[in-house]
Design a protein around this ligand. Structure first.
Ligand SMILES: [Fe+2]
Length: 399
C-alpha cells in the first residue's frame, strides 16, 4: 500500500510544480522559488516515510528513468519522477560527508528523515588556472542545523556553495530540481582553504585511470603505483595533476613517497604543487576526523566530530552547540566530549590521540580562558579560524 502512497504523492507534487512553474514561463531562474514553495506547502515529511520510499523504489515496476546510476550523490539516489524539464529525487544518505560544492541545476531540498549540519560558503577567485581549476578565498558564510521538515533553496552556480554533513543514518532528502543547466557548468567542488576544481565526474578516461591506480594499490604494487603517478603527472594539465595527486594522497600514506611525488609535481607544474600540498594536507586533517566520526557511530560525539570536521570558525561551533543543547554550557560540553573521545582506541585507523586532539586544542585555545588557562582570547569575540596555519601559508602562496 505504501508504494501507492508515494506514487500518488509524487505525481501530485510534480503536477503542482509544473502548474506553478508555468506562471513563470518555465524560466529556470524561477525554479528554485517554485521548488521551495511546493516542498514547503505540501511537505514530503508530512506525506511519506523512509520505508514508504524504499518500498516505492524496490517494488514499482517500471521505475521512472533513473539518473546518477553510479550513486555519486546519494547511497543511492532514487528518481521518483522524471520529465525532460525537471525531476524529483529521494536521496538516501548512509555516509556522512558531502564536500563543499555548487550545482549546475536549480531547485530545493527537504529533509524527510534524520538531521544534517549544513554550511554555506563564499568563494572569491584570486587566480584562474583554467576553467576547471581556480584558486581563491573560501570562507564560511553560515552554519546551521537542519531537521525533519526543513527546506532549503538550491541556486544554480556559485551564488550557492554549500556542504552537508549528515548526523543520522540514514538521513533522507527529497530534491526537486531542473535536470541540467549547462550555462552553470563546471559544477565546481571546493576544498579548504582555497581551491575550486571540476571533479570530472563525466570524464570516463580519467576516472578509469583512477580506478587502475586503486587496483595497483590494492594489489600491493606500490613501486608501480608510484611510477604510474609520476608518469601521469608528466603529461597532464594542472587540473588533472591535482586530481591524480588527490588520489595519490588517498592511496599512499608514506610521507617520503608523498614528498617525492610533490617535488616531482613541482618540477612539472611549478609553484602550484605547493598550493596542492597545503590543500591536500588540510583535507587529510578533515578526513581523519571523518574516519573517527564513522568509527564512533551516532549521538553527541558524532555531532561534536561533525563540528570539528566541518566548521572552521570556533564562534559558529559554539553557536551550534548552544542551539542543539540550549540548557548546557558549550565549553563544559566540549570538555566532556573531549574526555569521552580520548578514551577511544584509534589504533585501527592508524591514528593517535594527538592527531585527534590537535583540532580540539586549537578550538579550546580560541574559545577562551575558562577551558584553557594559557589562552588569551575573549570567548565572546571568537570567530577565528580553527585551522589557521594552511590559510596563513596560502596567503603567501597566492600573493
Ligand atoms: Fe548540494
Amino acid at each position: 500500500m505504501s508504494g501507492s502512497i508515494c506514487t500518488n504523492y509524487f505525481a501530485r507534487l510534480a503536477a503542482d510544480v509544473w502548474k506553478l512553474w508555468k506562471e513563470y514561463q518555465y524560466d529556470e531562474a524561477a525554479f528554485s522559488d517554485v521548488a521551495l514553495r511546493m516542498l514547503t506547502e505540501d511537505p514530503p515529511a508530512d506525506q511519506v516515510s523512509f520505508l514508504d520510499v524504499a518500498k516505492f523504489g524496490l517494488f514499482t515496476n517500471p521505475l521512472p528513468f533513473q539518473t546518477d546510476i553510479e550513486s555519486i550523490f546519494g547511497q543511492p539516489p532514487l528518481t521518483v519522477h522524471w520529465q525532460p524539464e525537471f525531476r524529483i529525487e529521494v536521496l538516501f544518505w548512509t555516509s556522512t560527508v558531502i564536500g563543499i560544492h555548487q550545482h549546475a541545476f536549480s531547485g530545493a531540498f527537504h529533509l524527510l528523515t534524520g538531521s544534517s549540519l549544513h554550511t554555506v560558503w563564499d568563494f572569491k577567485c584570486e587566480e584562474r588556472v583554467s576553467s576547471q581549476l581556480l584558486l581563491g578565498a573560501l570562507d564560511l558564510k553560515k552554519a546551521e542545523l537542519l531537521g525533519v521538515g526543513d527546506t532549503t533553496a538550491i541556486i544554480a552556480g556559485n551564488r550557492f556553495i554549500h556542504a552537508t554533513y549528515h548526523l543520522d543514518r540514514p538521513t533522507i532528502t527529497v530534491v526537486i530540481r531542473t535536470n541540467s543547466e549547462k550555462n552553470h557548468l563546471p559544477q565546481y567542488s571546493y576544498l579548504e582553504p582555497f581551491i575550486a576544481y571540476d571533479p570530472i565526474h563525466g570524464n570516463a578516461g580519467v576516472r578509469r585511470r583512477l580506478q587502475l591506480l586503486d587496483m595497483l594499490s590494492s594489489t600491493g604494487r606500490d613501486e608501480e603505483l608510484l611510477d604510474a603517478i609520476k608518469c601521469l603527472l608528466d603529461d597532464v594539465n594542472h587540473h588533472y595533476a591535482f586530481i591524480y595527486l588527490m588520489e595519490a594522497y588517498k592511496l599512499i600514506g608514506d610521507e617520503t613517497k608523498r614528498n617525492l611525488l610533490l617535488s616531482w609535481a613541482g618540477s612539472k607544474h611549478g609553484s602550484l604543487a605547493e598550493s596542492f600540498r597545503l590543500v591536500l594536507d588540510t583535507q587529510e586533517q578533515r578526513d581523519d576526523i571523518r574516519r573517527i566520526a564513522e568509527k564512533i557511530g551516532h549521538g553527541e560525539l558524532r555531532f561534536f566530530t561533525g563540528l570539528l570536521r566541518n566548521i572552521p570558525k570556533s564562534g559558529e561551533i559554539l553557536k551550534l552547540i548552544r542551539e542543539r543543547f540550549p540548557h548546557e554550557d558549550p565549553l563544559t560540553m566540549i570538555d566532556k566530549w573531549t574526555a569521552d573521545l580520548s578514551r577511544y582506541d584509534l589504533s585501527d585507523l592508524g591514528l593517535s590521540a594527538p592527531s585527534l586532539m590537535q583540532p580540539i586544542r586549537e578550538l579550546l585555545d580560541e574559545c577562551g580562558p575558562s577551558t584553557n588557562p594559557q589562552a588569551g582570547v575573549n570567548r565572546d569575540e571568537d570567530n577565528a579560524l580553527v585551522s589557521k596555519s594552511p590559510a596563513v601559508e596560502h596567503a603567501a602562496v597566492v600573493s
